[in-house]
Every structure is written in structure tokens, then in C-alpha cells.
Design a protein around this ligand. Structure first.
Ligand code: CTP
Length: 404
């Protein structure tokens, strides 16, 4: 993906051991298509050298407001005018205090103050010892920075370089990258609560065996991420899959269709949008055994009987909140053939305003997909693309249909 293509980011480093993570972050931003101009404070240069950051960003690093390389000797103006965002990572407690007061006695704080505030957003990734983080002064500064329009990324929790454990670590480079990418996505679902089911379900036959399917959960996880990027609060009810939880998404792990139904119905109370991507097992064993079924050596095979699982999507689509329009339900259809006919029939059967068809065997486990959107007005294709790109398009389609 090139999620930051065309974006020019001023990456500011201030004094903190987390500067070592800024090197990774710089690479990650560039890999995603951004151009990066690094500015380092004097304190940052105690932790990592400008040589490293120049090599990674492929541009000379700026450090002084008196830098004579700029023909007009106004690095703070020139650098801030060309930026799409200024990202300070790590942002020390001292630097936060500086930003708060509008101080401008070094190039980085000067550039932040000189930036056109409506055009160049300021993003900070705080990094400090847990006591410094918890200090009322820092928390007060944080609140004021937010009120001034600064985007403050979370801090991580865990072991700190000082040997203490707690809140205040800078997020890892890949986490910050996800947050930066999300920052630039249009906030078409702001104020919405999106509930997503994803992955297969697992229906036990006995304690060691069960029935499941090849769904990887990738499409549902991509939709959860895209909805979060679009500003929604997101709950993801996930069957047994080994995928990382998208940042900022609340995840509930479930196993069987019955578990998934219970978790989903409960969470649907607050949801405004429900997207069912899960490949729910249609049947479960009617005679699941508490103990492992043993071979008795006679060659006799066990007889399995099945009962149908509840239909989670249909249940929610018939709920009073869905019928009144408060809960917008979106179904998926995993088909092996006749996509348009099957998806159209399924939309009617499930009673949902929007149904998204895809060819199951062609997409299960893959990173890309092609979708067919079927609604009351007809069908529209979203051509083959990465699942995340399709998820973002689908989120935009949902936002339009829900008239947010
Ligand atoms: N679904 C669900 N609960 C079920 C079965 C399906 O919520 N017990 C949802 C899926 O998450 C998907 C939609 O219903 O959004 C269609 O799922 P799919 O497996 O394509 O269809 P089925 O309803 O199982 O019908 P069939 O197997 O006959 O194609």
C-alpha cells in the first residue's frame, strides 16, 4: 500500500530514548509513500545522530534556526509551508510544555509556532518516564494542547528504559504509522458505532475436533480498521483467527456461532452500523461429545448429526432498531458461482439494505478481493484491490447510504 503517497511530513525529534524508534518510524513513513524532512532538537541529537536520520530520510537534517543553507535564512517558514503535517515523535515532556506556551527558541518549536495552523496539523507522540507522564503539569499541558487542536497519540505501557514500569513509553513505529495513516483518512463515520463480525466460527464435535471453514477474517478486520480510521467507535466480534487487532478497535473473541450471536446481540444495543463479514458455520453438531470420541478398533465410524446455527445477520436485521433505521445492517455473501443472482436473492432473504457479494474460494486467506455491492437500486462492482482499500471504499458507501 502507499497510504501516505504525496504526503510531506516534517518529523520532529526531541530528547528522549525513544529517538531510536523514530529511525524506524522514518523508514516506515517513507515506505508508505511519504517524503520526510527531519528536524532534531539539540537534546534529540544526544540520543541519535543526524547522520542516521539523514541516511534514512535521504535529506539533510535541520537542527538550528540559524541554518544558512536556506537562501532566505528562514528554515522555520520554508519547512512549515511545505508540510502536510508536523509529527513530533518522540515528544518530550519539556517540549510539550514549550509547545503549550508558544515558545520558539529552537528550530522545531519555532517551526510549530510558525506553521499555518489550519493547513498543517500538529501530531505528537509523547514519550517519557511514567512519573513525568502522570504529573499534573504534564496532564494539564496535554489537555491544553488538545484544546489547541493538537492530535496527541496514545502512549504505550510497559517496561521503561529507566527500569520502571508504567505508562509513558512512545508507541512502536508500526503503531504510530497506523495512527498517522488513520489521521489522513476522511472522517465519514464520526459519531457512529460500528459492529463487525469476522472470521470463521468453530463448532466442536468433541474436545479435540470440530467443524470450521477457511475464512481468514482479513476482510472483516480491514473493515474494522477502515471504520475506525473514518472516526467510528468500533467493536469487532472475531471468530478464531490469528490476526492483530486494528488500533483503537475493541475486540471480542468468540468460538462458536452461538457465542458470536450472544456477543453480537449484546453489542448491537449501542451500534448504529452492523457489518456481518463472518463466515458463520451453518451447522453445528447435534450430538457433540464431552469426551474425545475414540476409535474402538472395529472400523465403525461415528455418525454425526447436525442442527442449524442461528442466523446472526438475519436476527439483527429483524430487530426493532434495524427496522426503524437506527441500525444499518450490511451483509456479505460468500458464493462460489452466480454472484449477482445469489447476492441479490440473499439480500432479499436476509432483509438488509446492502449486501456485499464476493467469491469465497477466490478470496479466503488472500490480501485482495473484488466486491459486488447489491442494494435496492441494483448492483455495483468494486474492482479487485487490497482488502483495506476495498474496506475504505465500502465504509464510504455505507456513510453515503446511512446519510451521515
Ligand atoms: N451469516 C450470519 N449467521 C449465519 C450465517 C450467515 O450472520 N448463521 C451472515 C454472514 O456473516 C454474511 C451473510 O449472513 O454476512 C451471508 O452468509 P453466507 O455464508 O454467504 O450465506 P448463508 O446465509 O450461510 O447462506 P448459504 O450458505 O446458503 O449461501
Amino acid at each position: 500500500m502507499n497510504d501516505l503517497a504525496g504526503k510531506h511530513i516534517v518529523l520532529g525529534l526531541t530528547g528522549g530514548i525513544a529517538c531510536y524508534k523514530a529511525a524506524e518510524l522514518c523508514r516506515a513513513l517513507i515506505k508508505e509513500g511519504a517524503t520526510v524532512q527531519v528536524i532534531m532538537t539539540e537534546a534529540a541529537a544526544q540520543f541519535i545522530t543526524p547522520v542516521t536520520m539523514q541516511a534514512l530520510s535521504n535529506r539533510p537534517v535541520y537542527g538550528s534556526q540559524w541554518d544558512a543553507r536556506e537562501p532566505n535564512n528562514m528554515a522555520h517558514i520554508n519547512l512549515s509551508r511545505e508540510a502536510d503535517a508536523i509529527l513530533i515523535a518522540p515528544c518530550s515532556a519539556d517540549f510539550m510544555a514549550k509547545l503549550l506556551h508558544g515558545r520558539a527558541d529552537d528550530l522545531l518549536s519555532l517551526t510549530c509556532l510558525a506553521r499555518p495552523i489550519d493547513k498543517v496539523p500538529l501530531l505528537i507522540a509523547p514519550a517519557m518516564n511514567r512519573e513525568m507522564w502522570a504529573h499534573p503539569a504534564t496532564q494539564r499541558n496535554l489537555a491544553q494542547l488538545r484544546a489547541d487542536g493538537t492530535t496527541v497519540f496514545d502512549v504505550g505501557t510497559g517496561d521503561q528504559a529507566c527500569g520502571e514500569t508504567g505508562d509513558g513509553r512512545m508507541l512502536e513505529a508500526e503503531e504510530l504509522l497506523e495512527d498517522v495513516i488513520a489521521f489522513f483518512q476522511p472522517k465519514v463515520l464520526r459519531g457512529q458505532h460500528v459492529l463487525v463480525t469476522a472470521g470463521p466460527t468453530y463448532e466442536a464435535i468433541d474436545p479435540v475436533r470440530g467443524i470450521t471453514n477457511l475464512s481468514s477474517g482479513k476482510m472483516g478486520f480491514a473493515i474494522a480498521r477502515a471504520a475506525r480510521e473514518a472516526g467510528a467507535e468500533v467493536t469487532l466480534v472475531a471468530g478464531p483467527v490469528h490476526l492483530p487487532t486494528p488500533r483503537g478497535v475493541t475486540r471480542l473473541n468468540v468460538v462458536s456461532a452461538q457465542n458470536m450471536l450472544e456477543a453480537t446481540v449484546e453489542r448491537a444495543q449501542e451500534a448504529t452500523i452492523f457489518v456481518a463479514t463472518s463466515a458463520v458455520a451453518d451447522w453445528r453438531s447435534a450430538n457433540a461429545s464431552d469426551q474425545k470420541i475414540k476409535k474402538d478398533g472395529s472400523g465403525t465410524t461415528p455418525t454425526l448429526q447436525f442442527v442449524e446455527n442461528p442466523d446472526i445477520l438475519a436476527t439483527l436485521a429483524q430487530s426493532p432498531r434495524a427496522v426503524s433505521g437506527d441500525l444499518f445492517c450490511v451483509g456479505f455473501a460468500a458464493e462460489s458461482h452466480d454472484l449477482l443472482a445469489n447476492a441479490t436473492a440473499k439480500r432479499a432473504r436476509k432483509g438488509v439494505p446492502l449486501l456485499v457479494g464476493n467469491i469465497g474460494p477466490a478470496t479466503f486467506g488472500q490480501d485482495d478481493n473484488a466486491l459486488l455491492l447489491v442494494d435496492a437500486h441494483g448492483a455495483r462492482e468494486l474492482p479487485r484491490n487490497s482488502k483495506l482499500a476495498l474496506a475504505r471504499q465500502l465504509v464510504a458507501e455505507i456513510a453515503t447510504r446511512k446519510k451521515i
